[in-house]
Design a protein around this ligand. Structure first.
Ligand code: GUN
Length: 291
């Protein structure tokens, strides 16, 4: 029987632990605070940011939100970040991506104080992760790591394939999987749009992390029987529903669910974990800034 990996349930456990830590910090006079910054008209980005604010409220983290007109000059975003960097009540800063074309993402991410960079995207934090000395692990790969751990998926000695090489998911995911740690030690292959014979790579994979951003890209027929399949994709595709779309992953769930040993659904798999790990990083940031 294929095990359905329940991200909602594991995320609820993470949120409970975070809420306890928020109480402890608040009793000590440090109420953790997260600032979200949205510079986009994208409906999905707006939804993600409002969900993050709601999550904060649920665990007792103070949330602050800044919206910047998508057509405003980049300097307005820089000034906002400088202001948030200097505030004692803001321990974490998240600038929602993607940004408008006229704003250089790298410049923006470097501007966030590394100790408030709860996304883990600042080069200092990327470097620390690669060096095995992570301050903030990026939320999605960290959430995947937690899911694998919660379901006792053995990574040591496993052959893992990460499909996708993004800075947000693919690269940090591969780094976590290869690290010398109880949740690492996997032999990891990173596949991408220029990979030749993806099928051959997938055929040998005990663990597949699909993060290509392409709807239903990985078909069940290409998977090794019994593989653990983690679907990071959240793609809106046109559908005859009330909203006019439905969410599908990067894995074709119907064909994969009977081949895999364990699989994450979309929605309800990785998505809730990403959100929970942001709360975790925010509380960690507050603790570090107190010390
Ligand atoms: N856009 C999509 N995923 C993310 C994320 O993890 N962090 C930020 N800041 N923006 C995103």
């Amino acid at each position: 029987m294929t095990e359905i990996i329940d991200g909602e349930s594991v995320a609820a456990d993470v949120r409970d632990a975070v809420a306890d830590e928020v109480s402890r910090l608040s009793d000590a006079g440090v109420g953790p605070g997260l600032a979200t910054v949205l510079m986009s008209d994208d409906a999905a980005s707006e939804t993600y940011v409002s969900m993050k604010q709601r999550d904060c409220e649920e665990v007792g983290i103070e949330s602050f939100h800044v919206e910047i007109d998508a057509g405003a000059p980049a300097s307005e975003l820089y000034e906002t970040i400088d202001d948030l960097n200097g505030r004692d009540d803001v321990h974490g800063i998240l600038v929602q991506l993607p940004l408008p074309d006229h704003v250089d993402k790298r410049t923006v991410l470097r501007r966030i104080a590394p100790e408030k960079d709860v996304d883990g995207f600042h080069p200092e934090n990327v470097g620390r992760l690669v060096a095995g000395d992570a301050r903030f692990k990026p939320c999605t790969p960290h959430g995947v790591q937690k899911l694998l751990d919660a379901y006792d998926v053995e990574t040591e000695g496993a052959d893992a394939v990460v499909v996708g090489r993004s800075d947000i998911v693919g690269k940090p995911m591969a780094n976590l999987l290869i690290q010398k740690s109880p949740t690492g030690n996997a032999t990891t292959t990173v596949c991408h749009s220029r990979t030749e014979d993806l099928e051959a790579k997938l055929a040998g994979a005990d663990i597949v992390v699909a993060a290509a951003g392409i709807p239903e890209f990985v078909d069940g027929s290409t998977l090794k029987s019994g593989a653990t399949v983690i679907d990071v994709g959240i793609n809106r595709v046109d559908a005859d529903t009330e909203k006019g779309y439905e969410l599908v992953g990067d894995v074709d769930y119907e064909s994969a669910k009977d081949v895999a040993g364990a699989i994450t659904p979309v929605p309800g798999g990785v998505g809730p974990m990403t959100r929970a790990m942001l709360l975790y990083n925010t509380v960690k940031a507050a603790g570090l800034q107190r010390d």
